[in-house]
Each structure stands twice: as structure tokens, then as C-alpha cells.
Design a protein around this ligand. Structure first.
Ligand code: BMA
Length: 313
């Protein structure tokens, strides 16, 4: 690769850090994990696990250093429950975790694969063992969603990605009770034509709250003759009015380069759904699905991302 570009994320040398072979029960692939740091400083990943029917569920993996020594739940942690939640008929996918201090609980926003396509579902947990489902909060087609960690004014805010006609943009919606959502605002539009983020974009991990604004890592999907290319870009949004974009980078900052990202069930995919931030308050550990097959880790700096946006935004 051309080293004249600023490297925003560096890959861990042990990548991929988790594969299906590490799982304590038979699975086909593990990818697109949500992440959070527990009060005891353990890293928790909520991994998307696909079985050999093609259906996904979520399972927890915990590690003291966030790299290896993973303790993986011996059975699926969070299974689809189509008897009570028919929207989970074809599985649950791509979770994003946000800790909500006001509620003292973690919100898990995930994709429910309904009979009519992907929709957005919400659940809460305190311990990643017991879950309270709120059910579907955005009807299909909609995905790539995460909650902001606190209210904006009086309202909770959810970033999500509905598909209308053939274009897919990032939207933000508001709610007084976390169940009924509205006041939808367009947050970031997919570009047109040859751009890396033309036609289809979506939130990747939940936004990172900084003094300068909500720092958003989003994915752009470029359609090519040999399929889709999933790459990542950066944008910054106003803290009080999060639909207001302050800066958007023109170039992507991360994309498939390594063999485990280039080849797999779905080739050319880097797809993060979570991160943790180190004790220095700056080091970002980004956990991503590689080629819809394994889990990989890349490290960056929040300060460096903001500086990059200053220059390239
Ligand atoms: C997206 C989502 C992700 C997946 C990606 C590449 O639309 O379905 O779960 O990683 O496509 O297949």
C-alpha cells in the first residue's frame, strides 16, 4: 500500500483475533462484534455468530487485555426468540452496545432479520446474562443503528440507516420513552457517482463523544464489477444538534487490505460494530468483522482522528 497516506488505524499483529475455530460450540463464522469495557476493566465483545443454517445469534467473549485469552460463553448468550418476537425469525445480527448512565444499563441495538428484511431492535441488560427486549423499534428496511448514551435535551436519540428507493443514508430519530420514535432528521447522505461512499453508507460503531463533537466512524459501500467494497470514513457532528454535520472526510481511512479482510464468506469487508477506549482516554481499540468470517482489531487515537478531520474535513 502507498504509505504516503496517514495511517489512522493500525492492525493488531495477532489478527484475526477470533475465528470460528475458537468457539466452544459448533459455528460457521464469528464477526461484526459490539464491544464495551466492563467496570472490572475486562473487554466484552458481543459477537455475531452464524450457524450452518445461515442464521445468526449473539455470544459474549470476555478478555482481560482485549486481545487474547477470551472466555467465550459455552452456549449462545442471546438467541433469536421468534416465538415471542416474530421479527427475529431469521436471526439477529450486528449489535451495537451503548452504556446508558441514566438507566444504569447497557442498551443493545441490533438487526432483527424479519420476513420483510432487516429491522432495528432494542434490548437492555445489566450483566450480559439477562436481557429485556423492547422489540422492533424501526421497521424494515433499516439497520446500522446505535443509541446515544444520554438524552439530547429531553429526548433519546437513535442513529440508524433506512433504505429508501435504492439510496441509503444515515438518519437520526428521537424518542421520549425509547419505544416510540420520530422527529426523523437526515444526518449524513451517501455521495454519488464514483465516490468510495456513494449510494450506501451506515453508522459503524456507536459515535464517540468528544469535546469537539460526536466523532462518527461510518462505512461506505462501493459497488464494483466484483461485488461490494466496505470501507470506513470519519465525520464529526454537533454535540447538541447531532444531525448537524461539522466535518466530513473526503477519503476513506480504513479498508480491506489483508488476506483475512480480502477473502472470506463476503470478500472485501471491514465492518466494525464496537470499540473500547484505553485508560489514557485516547487510544481506541476498534473491533471489526473481517470478510464476514472472523474478528479483527485495529488501534487508533481519537485525537489523531480529530486532527485528520481538521485537515481533510
Ligand atoms: C452489511 C451487513 C453486515 C455485513 C456486510 C457485508 O449489509 O449485513 O452484516 O457484514 O453487509 O456482507
Amino acid at each position: 500500500m502507498n504509505q504516503q497516506y496517514t495511517e489512522i488505524f493500525s492492525r493488531h499483529r495477532q489478527n484475526p483475533i477470533q475465528t470460528a475455530a475458537d468457539w466452544p460450540y459448533p459455528v460457521h463464522t464469528v464477526f461484526n462484534p459490539a464491544a464495551t469495557l466492563l467496570p472490572n476493566d475486562m473487554t466484552l465483545l458481543l459477537c455475531r455468530v452464524e450457524d450452518r443454517r445461515g442464521l445468526s445469534h449473539l455470544s459474549v467473549a470476555r478478555s482481560a487485555n482485549g486481545v487474547d485469552g477470551w472466555q467465550i460463553d459455552p452456549q449462545p448468550t442471546f438467541l433469536p426468540d421468534p416465538d415471542h418476537f416474530p421479527e427475529e425469525l431469521w436471526g439477529i445480527e450486528d449489535p451495537r452496545i451503548t452504556f446508558i448512565p441514566e438507566l444504569g444499563r447497557y442498551a443493545i441495538v441490533y438487526t432483527a432479520f424479519t420476513r420483510d428484511g432487516p429491522g432495528v431492535a432494542l434490548a437492555f441488560t445489566e450483566d450480559f446474562r439477562h436481557f429485556e427486549r423492547y422489540g422492533l423499534i424501526m421497521s424494515p428496511d433499516d439497520k446500522d443503528a446505535a443509541l446515544l448514551p444520554h438524552r439530547i435535551g429531553d429526548h433519546w436519540a437513535l442513529i440508524h440507516r433506512p433504505i429508501s428507493s435504492s439510496r441509503a443514508h444515515m438518519w437520526i430519530s428521537y424518542s421520549a420513552d425509547l419505544r416510540h420514535w420520530g422527529s426523523d432528521k437526515l444526518m449524513l447522505e451517501a455521495r454519488h457517482g464514483a465516490w468510495w461512499d456513494a449510494n450506501k453508507i451506515g453508522l459503524s460503531p456507536p459515535p464517540i463523544e468528544t469535546a469537539q463533537g460526536w466523532l462518527v466512524i461510518y462505512h461506505g459501500v462501493r459497488q464494483t464489477a466484483s461485488g461490494s467494497l466496505y470501507r470506513l470514513g470519519l465525520a464529526l457532528f454537533d454535540l447538541e444538534t447531532p444531525e448537524r454535520c461539522l466535518k466530513r472526510g473526503d477519503e476513506w481511512v480504513f479498508g480491506p487490505e489483508k488476506p483475512y479482510e480480502l477473502h472470506g464468506d463476503v470478500s472485501n469487508v471491514t465492518f466494525p460494530c464496537g470499540y473500547t477506549i484505553g485508560p489514557d482516554g485516547d487510544t481506541l481499540h476498534l473491533y471489526y468483522g473481517a470478510a464476514d468470517t472472523s474478528i479483527a482489531l485495529a488501534t487508533g487515537s481519537v485525537r489523531a482522528m480529530l486532527e485528520w478531520l481538521e485537515q481533510h474535513g
